[in-house]
Design a protein around this ligand. Structure first.
Ligand SMILES: Nc1nc2c(c(=O)[nH]1)N[C@H]1C(S)=C(S)[C@@H](COP(=O)(O)OP(=O)(O)OC[C@H]3O[C@@H](n4cnc5c(N)ncnc54)[C@H](O)[C@@H]3O)O[C@H]1N2
Ligand code: MOO
Length: 761
């Protein structure tokens, strides 16, 4: 199937903006022409009308590209010599890669029709994802500014659509498709050499080693099931859908039958989804002072932590022995005194017994170790214990020997923990705070996360009648069997372990949606992040997306504001997790923006998407500093891309322990166990064997083994998993020049793996 491009149309006209859309003929013309193009490659995401106002024009186009991720923006109007004509000025700053030849082609064709075309100031260009600040070589969106007249628009569209100019331009700049198809058409079937050069679609790792060869033996963990795909063509579906464009409206009694038969949410690429989360999730904003205890784990320290006093506070013995004054204590016999029992040491005849960590008595400056003395005589105490009386010192010590000077571990006011240090579960940071004697520490307040499971069929394992119903005939609610609620336990476990405060909203029936709405309102009022699972797809009670977008008062607002959420994306090209939805809602005056993740109901999908999408948002909101250095590292390797979300979990290089099957169309997060290859090591516990330390060392450092069948409906593919391997789709492999028909990654291939926790499990 050819790639589908989303486009947006902007009509720039003072008249249409003030007197209504009926006066706009060019905008609808662009939309119709592109949507009815025989290639079936264009889908209109949005059409708006703005006055000739530079800021408004730029704002719209920027939002459409940077936030909605549309592939193409076509504007009409505002390109002439009139004083109000400002479209080129509005668009110019958005362009990261000008396309003067495309502009020239449009102008040349228009000039062949009328010399007045010389008065057009139209421009065109590419806006790289991430805008001006983004890297210059990533995928991008095309912007074309056309004149306002319908005739001029028609002429320009002819140029764009003839010979596949626009299609090919979009293939190349968006990175969708291989570029081969159109290029072949244009070149009369010649072999396309540069398709390889521009097919690094979306930073997908395609270093598949020997993946080109093709064996047909059993493969691990592929699941082997065919993902559901509609059997109709896009054109058939569009034609059918246009009869009932009624959106899925929770308040309408007709809404079920009249639900849109196509999801209105464009499927966006994974990188774009991660970028949207990186930009839309709010930063940590509140600092709290918390007691120093194990519950600090996962918090980020908000300000430099300074030592309140010198440590050790006074000169302290480093050994068990006898404190002396160096130079005055020779190799002779001495009377032993006990600190605290004698006020003053009579130098020349006494030494003072000290233990490791004990302060030196006044007048002493060094310590003779017990090992460097012999016992001469003892005496008996009243309680019967025997005490040293005299020892002989066998060795001289230098001044300061075996002594930790005051402040030599830590000086008063020295910064011991820097702001932005994460407090880990490894104990080092909590230990350091305790070492300094601090009872409290200032940290960024963590986001509170509300978790909600939706579905008529779900049962809590602890509920009174939690016995699974199962029968061949449907029960009262229409479900022939129920399922145990898996998603709340899995998500709450991970959230608790990571130290995020949670709010358990339970299981909520999704039909009718009023209870669901109520639970969502409570979650948004009491928590910073709401995670729902289920109800994200096309089923009859999949209300979540319409509820988010349509329900007013989801969150208390200032006057005149409606409190509806803004859905940033509703589908992502990935497996599992396609219907993952990300939304935010402004929190009224002075209040914080709230974040909503509606995860798919399938248990493996929900937990995978938690790690891939929700955690990066939580990590940003918790005050974690983005991993810039990692982004730079990736750039240095020549990948030329900023990581889409620097709060994502770390990626490690892994070697595949066996072959991995590829999905036909969606890249897959294959659940794996990532292990250090220590079982392959010889040598001692700590040192590598002689063979390994040679330059020929070629053992893999980390290996990835599938957890087994990868169906989204089976939770157990996540059991024992501590990572994901990102397996490109066959389409992506073909697009990246790895050859048509490659359906698997071979054993031994090196890939990137996302590490979810440590390597210990
Ligand atoms: N016509 C289409 N159908 C589906 C599509 C599609 O594109 N078109 N996408 C499929 C994909 S991919 C996924 S993933 C699921 C997502 O489904 P929903 O998010 O709408 O979830 P539900 O329909 O409510 O449930 C799906 C499945 O998961 C079970 N479930 C739900 N919640 C839980 C829970 N808390 N614990 C355990 N199991 C749960 C539920 O019983 C269903 O079996 O949609 C496909 N369909
Ligand atoms: O594959 Mo769906 O996207 O998560 O089951």
């Amino acid at each position: 199937m050819p790639p589908l491009y989303s486009f947006a149309v902007l009509t720039v006209s003072d008249t249409s903006a003030s007197s209504g859309p009926s006066t706009d003929t060019s905008g609808p013309h662009i939309r119709r022409t592109l949507e009815s193009h025989p290639s079936d490659s264009f889908r209109c995401s949005v059409h708006a009308i703005v006055p000739d106002d530079e800021g408004e024009i730029r704002g719209k186009v920027e939002e459409w590209i940077d936030e909605m991720g549309v592939d193409l923006v076509v504007t009409t109007g505002g390109t002439g010599f009139g004083v109000r004509d400002t479209t080129p000025e509005a668009i110019q700053p958005l362009i990261t890669r000008p396309t003067p030849a495309l502009t020239h082609a449009l102008t040349a064709h228009s000039l062949s029709k009328t010399p007045l075309a010389a008065l057009s100031r139209s421009i065109s260009g590419i806006r790289t994802r991430g805008g001006k600040g983004g890297s210059g070589s990533g995928s991008g969106s095309l912007i074309v500014t056309l004149p306002g007249s319908k005739k001029a628009v028609s002429e320009c569209l002819e140029v764009l659509l003839e010979n596949g100019v626009l299609l090919h331009a979009l293939e190349l700049c968006t990175g969708k498709g291989s570029g081969k198809e159109t290029h072949r058409q244009l070149q009369g079937g010649q072999h396309d050499r540069h398709a390889h050069a521009h097919a690094h679609a979306h930073g997908t790792e395609t270093d598949t080693g020997g993946a080109r060869s093709h064996h047909h033996h059993h493969h691990h963990g592929g699941g082997g099931h065919h993902p559901p795909r509609p059997r109709t063509t896009q054109a058939q579906r569009d034609a059918a859908a246009s009869r009932f464009l009624t959106p899925h409206d929770a308040s309408s009694p007709h809404s079920l039958a009249l639900r849109a038969r196509q999801s209105p949410y464009p499927i966006i690429e994974l990188d774009d989804a991660l970028r949207l989360i990186a930009t839309q999730a709010p930063e940590a904003s509140a600092v709290v002072e918390l007691p120093v205890n194990p519950e600090l784990v996962g918090h980020i320290i908000a300000e430099d932590v300074r030592a309140p006093s010198d440590l050790p506070p006074a000169a302290t013995s480093n050994v068990d022995g006898y404190a002396v004054r160096a130079g005055e204590t020779g190799e002779e016999e001495y009377e032993v005194v006990i600190p605290g029992r004698t006020k003053q040491l009579a130098h020349g005849s006494q030494v003072c017994r000290v233990n490791t960590g004990q302060a030196l008595p006044a007048g002493t400056d060094s310590v003779v170790m017990v090992e460097d003395t012999t016992l001469i005589s003892t005496h008996e105490l009243e309680d019967g214990r025997v005490e040293e009386s005299r020892v002989q010192v066998l060795a001289q010590v230098d001044k300061g020997e075996n002594v930790r000077a005051a402040g030599s571990d830590v000086k008063q006011d020295q910064v011991v923990l820097r702001a932005n240090t994460p407090i880990t579960s490894l104990g080092g940071e909590v230990g350091t705070l305790a070492f300094l004697g601090l009872q409290k520490v200032k940290v960024w307040k963590k986001p509170r996360v509300a978790v909600l499971s939706t579905g008529e069929e779900l049962r809590d394992i602890h509920a009174q009648s939690s016995k699974m119903e199962g029968s061949s005939s449907a029960n009262a609610s229409g479900w022939s069997h129920s399922s145990y609620d898996t998603n709340r336990p899995s998500l709450l476990t991970s959230l608790n372990a990571l130290g995020y405060p949670t709010l358990d909203l339970g299981i909520v029936r999704d039909d009718p949606p009023s209870a669901l709405l109520e639970a969502m309102r409570r979650g948004l009022a009491e928590a910073d992040v709401l995670i729902t699972t289920g109800g994200t797809s096309m089923g009859e009670s999949d209300w979540i997306k319409p509820l988010l977008e349509r329900s007013e008062g989801l969150l208390a607002q200032g006057e005149g504001e409606q409190g509806r959420a803004q859905v940033h994306f509703g589908r992502v090209s990935m497996k599992p997790g396609k219907p993952t939805t990300f939304a935010t809602i402004a929190g009224g005056e002075g209040r914080r923006k709230k974040v909503i993740f509606a995860l798919p109901g399938n248990p493996a999908s929900a937990l995978v998407c938690f790690y891939v999408f929700v955690l990066p948002a939580l990590r940003k909101m918790a005050g974690l500093v983005p991993r810039e250095h990692e982004a730079q590292g990736v750039q240095e390797e020549g990948k030329g891309q900023q990581v889409p979300n620097p709060w994502s979990l770390p990626m490690v290089r892994v070697r595949l322990a066996h072959e991995f099957a590829c999905d036909g169309s969606r890249p897959e997060f294959h659940r794996v166990h990532i292990a250090a290859a220590s079982e392959q090591r010889g040598g001692s516990a700590l040192l590598p064997s002689a063979a390994e330390s040679g330059s020929s060392l070629s053992l893999p450092v980390l290996t990835a083994t599938s957890t087994g069948k990868q169906r989204s409906s089976g939770m157990h593919s996540m059991s024992g998993a501590n990572g994901f391997v990102f397996v490109p789709s066959t389409k992506q492999l073909a697009g990246a020049g790895m050859g048509e028909g490659v359906k698997k990654l071979e054993k031994g291939t090196e890939m990137w793996g996302m590490l979810l926790g440590g390597l210990e499990i």
